[in-house]
Design a binder for this molecule. Structure first.
Ligand SMILES: *[C@@H]1O[C@H](CO)[C@@H](O)[C@H](O)[C@H]1NC(C)=O
Ligand SMILES: *[C@@H]1O[C@H](CO)[C@@H](O)[C@H](O)[C@H]1NC(C)=O
Ligand SMILES: *[C@@H]1O[C@H](CO)[C@@H](O)[C@H](O)[C@H]1NC(C)=O
Ligand SMILES: *[C@@H]1O[C@H](CO)[C@@H](O)[C@H](O)[C@H]1NC(C)=O
Ligand SMILES: *[C@@H]1O[C@H](CO)[C@@H](O)[C@H](O)[C@H]1NC(C)=O
Ligand SMILES: *[C@@H]1O[C@H](CO)[C@@H](O)[C@H](O)[C@H]1NC(C)=O
Ligand SMILES: *[C@@H]1O[C@H](CO)[C@@H](O)[C@H](O)[C@H]1NC(C)=O
Ligand SMILES: *[C@@H]1O[C@H](CO)[C@@H](O)[C@H](O)[C@H]1NC(C)=O
Ligand SMILES: *[C@@H]1O[C@H](CO)[C@@H](O)[C@H](O)[C@H]1NC(C)=O
Ligand SMILES: *[C@@H]1O[C@H](CO)[C@@H](O)[C@H](O)[C@H]1NC(C)=O
Length: 830
């Protein structure tokens, strides 16, 4: 429950920011038409505005905007902490923007991607300033005035700054000549059309992770000769190299230095990611999707330096620690056993003062990515290679590769000493590879433990104490063991309870889904695959993404969700909880999700009246059960057509209920709800009292969507028709609600009146004041015709109620948002 509350606070805070902004812009009037150039002697202040994106809620303060393409400005990472707002100044690529449909002039940049920045290692806070000074220097200073970054162009007769069509931020002189440009100082991305000047060499450095923008361990150097990717260690370890030969070092439409890229059908950019891949992303209408991976290694995902963290062993995409053959000593432990990809640490760190206790762990069939051949020692024996490493304390491992054709008995080959050990690759399972390599990893044996002789004496003299300690010690060990294994124990417990979901092994589910080959869909939590159990029963398997987000109490929650049975709720049949795998097994729903049937636009896919009516009633019953009849009230929080599934007889079932409890903090889910559909959220998100009535509101929206056969927010429509609620309000005022009824199916034509009547129930569910909305059980009764619907309704669903609620709650909202250091005025050229 605590997590749920945390989540709610989260939602509330974010909504509060949103609305605070809305209110300030209602009076302040955001400059809708940004310019793409600026003059000297201009200062901008960082006042973060929210932007929506499917995995992160980030904020941006645009400064220059170049059409639908690029913006430069402040960009802030929302890391989930209410108190911190870490921002960079940089260039964003974006392909979609919108203002809230209800007349707010707040501008949202949708799915922007940061492609350049000045200060990712030295983040700034709200109120930081960017100044293009009188003498032509572009200066970034933090809110306390400290200098963070400068273009060092003072006195070089800069006369202005512009953002070009390619996304290049340029300081230009009197004759429009380039004095300084961001293209000369790339961070981790390249833009279409970007090319190297003669003799130029550029280095991209990947960020630490998707959420931490700081420079990470991996770099990529691009010159006219080619590119080289390596770790930022001393010395660097190279994991990829490519020669451009006669090709230009330019990111063109279709190629990059001779490497093929799919021709751009929409905007593209190239990013060197924290995972060490160099990917080309293309705008796919609602998202950026990778279309090419330019650094492909022979070992697939296992061939990258940080895929399994330091000292991690990658085997078929799974991470583990180096295995020890002699069972008594484990030299490595997982840094976080729930996140094996974070790597392993040495149980005893290597100490140069005790080098006599060093030994080398022999890892057969292990490949290491570093192949920078110039630093190999050639034609030496394995023993010599080992000794070279043992006698040199800065050596942490030696990679030995048998020369091709060399007799194995002689074991002569090349030897590479490594100062740092990143991820290793177990290639036992890779067929047809010619890498004959063994990795010798240095470990530290215990050096401070007393000799056996001493222990024997001690045992004699302190026999009694020893016994006592032994008992206590064993208890502790057992206790710790149980703690560690508690998941397993819980799982066993689950196995024994009849009616509870079955526990499956990952192998089982892999077989059941034919290696996850039939994808049914993708949701906010992960992908869903079709499968069949041994007895032929069809199943849908949901793989929960994001290891870090799945809560520890997975099994407890599975138990709760698994114990809920209702004909209008999708049944959880089983689950898998194994290593990094978290999967849920559901009953298979032949007709998929509701959105396919109501937004399809195709006639043969459109539903007749009685089916729609039944679906609406089914959803209402499912929700009424969750809200009122379960031992513990469950608020779904994410009711939308994608989460309503239909069986072969078009019985509707609510899915994904209770999943909010499985996911920690859960940023992604929040924004999934927000993405493109701000209208799905009930206005009282601002109020800290979140009740099951938020589901009633979302249900109202879904009901309206079913009746009208269109999405709540439909970007293909003109501005005034884009938001269904606005149209609904307008048509209600004009008393022309019949215009809204979906007439794709002829059967609907004879039921227009009933549909309009039902819109009244939807309007009731959508009341801005949540206390005026009916409970789901009342909705069921009304739909069944047992009770009459409320008719005294307010059709002003979005703006007025939101703003009014906001006005009433201002103090509270301010309290929530106070720690966010929100702006009170709008930034802009001064
Ligand atoms: C913004 O520019 C467009 C044309 O480019 C114009 O129609 C619109 O009125 C301008 N808006 C404002 C607020 O100046
Ligand atoms: C910059 O200055 C020029 C004249 O010096 C003026 O025409 C132009 O409007 C100014 N631009 C902005 C964005 O202020
Ligand atoms: C959202 O933003 C994050 C970080 O800026 C990025 O990694 C992610 O790819 C973005 N998601 C989409 C769908 O653009
Ligand atoms: C930013 O400036 C505003 C107005 O000048 C002020 O109210 C607010 O406290 C400042 N925030 C920070 C973090 O300095
Ligand atoms: C980001 O990564 C850097 C370098 O690893 C680290 O120093 C910093 O603390 C990280 N920042 C956050 C917010 O985790
Ligand atoms: C090998 O690595 C060194 C740095 O350790 C670097 O100077 C050299 O260019 C690399 N050689 C190749 C062939 O990449
Ligand atoms: C890229 O090239 C293809 C043809 O090869 C063309 O259809 C497409 O419009 C080009 N894209 C851009 C962004 O220039
Ligand atoms: C590795 O292989 C060698 C020779 O093939 C063998 O002598 C050695 O015992 C193996 N080591 C391990 C740990 O399996
Ligand atoms: C020790 O090994 C490192 C590489 O790991 C190498 O650069 C250094 O020259 C070696 N020192 C000696 C004395 O061999
Ligand atoms: C690799 O080593 C094995 C024995 O360990 C040997 O049989 C094989 O011929 C070697 N492969 C090459 C290409 O040298």
């Amino acid at each position: 429950m605590a997590v749920l509350e945390q989540r709610l606070l989260y939602y509330v805070t974010v909504l509060a920011i949103l609305l605070l902004h809305c209110s300030s812009f209602l009076s302040a009037q955001i400059p809708q038409n940004y310019s793409s150039t600026a003059n000297i002697s201009t200062t901008w202040i960082n006042h973060p505005l929210p932007i929506l994106n499917s995995t992160n809620l980030n904020t941006a303060t645009p400064i220059l905007i170049r059409g639908l393409g690029f913006a430069c400005g402040f960009y802030c990472n929302w890391d989930g902490k209410v108190s911190s707002r870490d921002c960079v100044f940089g260039v964003l690529i974006y392909q979609n923007r919108f203002s809230l449909p209800d007349g707010y002039s707040l501008l949202f940049l949708q799915f922007p991607q940061l492609v350049w920045s000045t200060n990712r290692n030295n983040l700034v806070q709200p109120n930081a300033t960017l100044q293009l000074t009188q003498d032509g220097d572009l200066v970034l200073a933090n809110s306390d005035g400290t200098l963070v970054w400068s273009s060092n162009t003072a006195g070089k007769s800069v006369s202005g700054m512009k953002l070009t069509e390619m996304g290049n931020l340029v300081l230009f002189g009197r004759n429009n000549e380039i004095i300084w440009q961001s293209f000369d100082h790339p961070t981790d991305s390249l833009l279409l059309g970007q090319q190297l000047a003669p003799g130029q060499q550029l280095t991209l450095t990947a960020s630490v992770s998707a959420t931490n923008l700081s420079e990470g361990l991996l770099s990529l150097t691009i010159s006219h000769d080619g590119l080289s990717a390596y770790t930022e260690s001393n010395p660097p370890q190279q994991y990829f190299a490519y020669s451009f030969y006669d090709y230009p070092a330019e990111f063109r439409n279709g190629s990059f230095g001779g490497m093929d890229i799919p021709p751009a059908s929409a905007a593209q950019f190239m990013r060197f990611g924290p995972d060490g891949h160099l990917k080309v992303y293309e705008w796919a209408g609602s998202n950026w999707l990778p279309v090419a991976d330019l650094l492909a290694t022979d070992f697939g995902d296992c061939g990258y330096p940080m895929v399994c963290g330091r000292y991690g062993v990658c085997s078929n995409g799974q991470c583990g620690c180096p295995e020890t053959t002699n069972s008594q000593a484990a030299f490595f432990s997982q840094i976080n056993f729930r996140q094996p990809n974070l790597g392993c640490s040495l149980v005893t760190p290597i100490s140069c003062d005790h080098s006599q206790y060093h030994s080398l762990l022999e890892l057969n069939n292990t490949y290491y990515f570093a192949f920078n051949s110039s630093s190999y020692a050639k034609k030496i024996k394995a023993e010599d290679c080992k000794n070279m490493c043992l006698s040199n304390c800065s050596c942490k491992a030696a990679l030995f590769s048998i020369d091709p054709g060399e007799k194995t008995s002689k074991r002569k080959g090349s030897c590479l000493l490594l100062n740092e050990v990143f991820s290793m690759t177990n290639h036992e399972n890779y067929m047809g590879l010619y890498y004959n390599t063994t990795l010798f990893v240095k470990v530290q044996n215990h050096y401070d433990k007393p000799s056996r002789h001493k222990i024997v004496i001690l045992a004699y003299t302190l026999g009694a104490f020893f016994g006592v300690f032994f008992v206590i010690g064993s208890c502790l060990v057992i206790f710790r063991h149980r703690l560690k294994e508690s998941n397993e124990i819980e799982g066993d417990f689950l196995d024994q309870v009849p009616g509870m979901p079955t526990r499956y092994s990952y192998e089982n589910l892999k077989a059941a889904t034919e290696d996850f080959s039939q994808k049914l869909g993708e949701g906010g939590f992960g992908s869903v695959y079709e499968g069949a159990l041994n007895d032929g029963i069809k199943i849908a398997v949901k793989c929960l993404d994001g290891l870090g987000q799945v809560k520890d109490s997975f099994l407890v929650e599975v138990k709760t969700i698994g114990s809920i049975h209702h004909v209008n709720l999708v049944k959880l049949i089983g689950f898998c909880f194994e290593k990094s795998h978290r999967l849920l097994v559901y009953e298979y729903m032949a007709n998929g999700s509701l959105d396919r049937w109501i937004f399809g636009g195709k006639q043969d896919h459109s539903l007749p009246w009685l089916t729609r009516k039944k679906i609406i009633l089914d959803i209402a019953k499912g929700l009424a059960y969750l809200h009122e009849d379960c031992s513990q009230k469950i608020i779904h929080l994410d009711i939308k057509p994608q989460n309503i599934l239909l069986d072969q007889h078009f019985n509707a079932k609510v899915s994904d209920f209770g999943l909010s409890k499985l996911i920690d903090k859960d940023q992604s889910r929040f924004v999934t709800t927000m993405r493109g559909t701000p209208g799905y959220l009930a206005p009282e998100w601002l109020n800290s009292e979140i009740t099951e009535k938020v589901d009633v509101y979302s249900f109202g929206i879904v009901m309206l969507e079913i009746l009208c056969g269109r999405k709540n927010l439909d970007w293909s429509k003109n501005e005034e028709d884009r938001h269904l609620l606005n149209v609904f309000k307008r048509k209600a005022e004009e008393e022309k609600l019949q215009d809204l009824v979906d007439k794709k199916n002829e059967d609907m034509l004879i039921h227009v009146e009933e549909a309009v009547e039902m819109m009244g129930i939807a309007a009731w569910c959508l009341q801005g004041n949540y206390t005026k909305r009916p409970s789901m059980s009342l909705v069921v009764k009304v739909l069944e015709g047992l009770v009459a619907a409320e008719t005294n309704l307010d059709y002003d669903f979005t703006n007025s109620s939101v703003v009014r609620t906001f006005g009433d709650q201002r103090q509270e909202a301010d309290d929530v948002a106070a720690s966010l250091l929100l702006p009170s005025a709008l930034s802009g050229p001064r």
